[in-house]
Write a protein that binds this ligand. Structure first.
Ligand code: CS2
Length: 477
């Protein structure tokens, strides 16, 4: 058995606390920050905080926060050790230690990759879900929080009480207008605690928007073994990522930031155009491929788009249904961006599972697909391809694949969605029941007869002839 990876450089002083130290964060923010500090120094060490699981701590602690980033391109792979993480805390083990770290005057940024469900919000409205079990807990136990809003507001309250400048809250999750959305959620939570605190946060705390893009599949045991064989050390914290990376950031910080621009980050005034481009063109087709590809029996995105019908599906979706709703961000060529997306999906080095992308669809569909559908309907078009994607999601959350085998559906609303699907026997009944899940479908969209009819027809086709044949028929129509 090879020895574990060991840290090689002294850790920088901590300037950032990051919530959600998963693979996605390690594949972009930890790398950009390491490159920024290598180029221009600065006390921007990252203290990573896991809100739930000890896994990241168990993987990183004995390595002093060091991990290996493995770039997997069509021509091969390259590995490098990243050492911007200075330590890892597990919040449920010691919430006070997390609040104290976030309240430390040396910490000037609290960043987030907690996935869509980590915001404890209503996906259809973007507002805080006051009935969320962790929110109910945190409002009763403000000094022992469990949720990201609970920790962030508790730490800001302590800094305010101590007369310490606030930190910047930097959300890096795949949400529309993510800075504004995170701000609204934190203010909703703060108001439920203390109106004066909420007013202070509203006046003093920046919530810049960002768009992050790097395809980073979950690390597998085989990845760890392959790295040990090629590099000669064991690193359970290693991450696998594609060559492409893009980080677009609104330059609004309370007390400085790393020189991320030296690593290629783009600082712009309006991130929302880039967000729409990425959420709709990439994540919208990612989710479409995940549900329809999984139902067709494809395990990875690369396998799915190797099927000409699915490559044609992506191209037609971009051309006819998605790009007409996406304003061109400054400096971007949208058709070229979409063509590059298909090449990225085809990367044979990246084993991105359809099952992994299919997770948490109730939290993803509104910003990835339903917003585009809403805009198309408002323009008098019925986006039948995206309605097919919604029908694919509905079939998926019904819990049975086309061979009648159980699907391991991972979603905060999985039980509710399954119950809705099971409450009816016909495609029309199942679609109507699922459109009634208000956390996902706002009433105006659920009530649009054009949308309901298109989704029902698509669901009927999926049930009758299967996903592969339905996709092939749609792309050749
Ligand atoms: C994926 C994203 O798992 C998913 O939902 O669509 O993680 C996707 O890989 C990233 O947004 C790419 O930047």
């Amino acid at each position: 058995m090879p020895d574990r990876l060991t840290r090689r450089t002294a850790p920088a002083r901590t300037g950032i606390v990051h919530l959600g130290p998963g693979a996605f964060f390690r594949a972009f923010q930890a790398i950009y920050t390491a490159e920024a500090m290598a180029a221009q120094g600065g006390d921007w060490g990252i203290l990573a905080v896991s809100l739930k699981s000890p896994t990241a701590r168990d993987q990183l602690e004995s390595q002093g926060g060091a991990f290996t980033a493995v770039e997997l391109g069509p021509e091969g792979k390259s590995a490098r050790v990243i050492e911007s993480i200075t330590g890892v805390l597990v919040a449920p083990e010691n919430p006070e230690a997390v609040i104290a770290a976030m309240a430390d005057p040396g910490v000037r940024i609290v960043s987030l990759t907690i996935t869509e469900k980590g915001y404890c919000h209503e996906p259809a409205t973007g507002r805080l879900n006051r009935d969320h079990p962790e929110i109910r807990h945190d409002l009763k136990n403000p000094d022992r929080p469990q949720s990201a809003p609970g920790f962030i507001v508790a730490a800001l309250a302590r800094r305010r009480a101590d007369g310490v400048k606030p930190f910047t809250v930097l959300t890096c999750d795949n949400l529309p207008s993510n800075g504004r959305l995170a701000r609204g959620i934190m203010l909703d939570f703060a108001r439920a605690r203390d109106h004066d605190l909420a007013d202070w946060i509203a006046a003093e705390v920046p919530f810049p928007a960002t768009m992050v893009d790097r395809i980073t599949p979950a690390t597998t045991p085989a990845d760890i073994e392959a790295l040990a064989a090629s590099e000669g050390y064991l690193d359970p914290a290693c991450v696998m990522h594609e060559p492409f990376r893009q980080w677009v950031i609104e330059d609004d910080f309370a007390d400085g930031r790393p020189a991320w621009e030296v690593a290629g980050a783009q600082f712009v005034r309006n991130v929302e155009a880039h967000e729409a481009m990425k959420l709709r063109c990439l994540n919208g087709t990612h989710s479409t491929l995940a549900y329809l590809g999984y139902l067709s029996g494809y395990e990875t995105i690369a396998e799915t788009v190797a099927d000409p019908a699915f490559a044609a599906l992506c191209n037609r979706l971009w051309r006819e249904e998605i790009l007409p709703t996406v304003p061109r961000p400054e400096g971007e060529d949208l058709p070229a961006y979409c063509a590059a997306l298909l090449d990225r999906y085809r990367n044979p080095g990246i084993r991105h599972r359809t099952w992994q992308i299919a997770m948490d669809g109730s939290q993803k569909l509104p910003q990835r697909i339903l917003g585009t559908v809403r805009d198309a309907l408002a323009a008098g078009r019925v986006p039948s391809g995206l309605c097919l994607a919604v029908a694919g999601w509905m079939r998926y959350v019904g819990g049975l694949d086309e061979a009648g085998q159980a699907i391991d559906v991972r979603d905060p609303l999985a039980a509710q969605l399954r119950a809705a699907s099971d409450s009816a026997q016909t495609p029309a009944g199942k679609v109507a029941a699922l459109l009634g899940v208000a956390q996902v479908f706002d009433p105006a969209l659920a009530g649009d007869a054009r949308f309901r009819t298109a989704v029902t027809e698509a669901y009927d086709a999926l049930a009758g002839q299967g996903a592969r044949a339905t996709v092939a028929a749609w792309t050749s129509a």
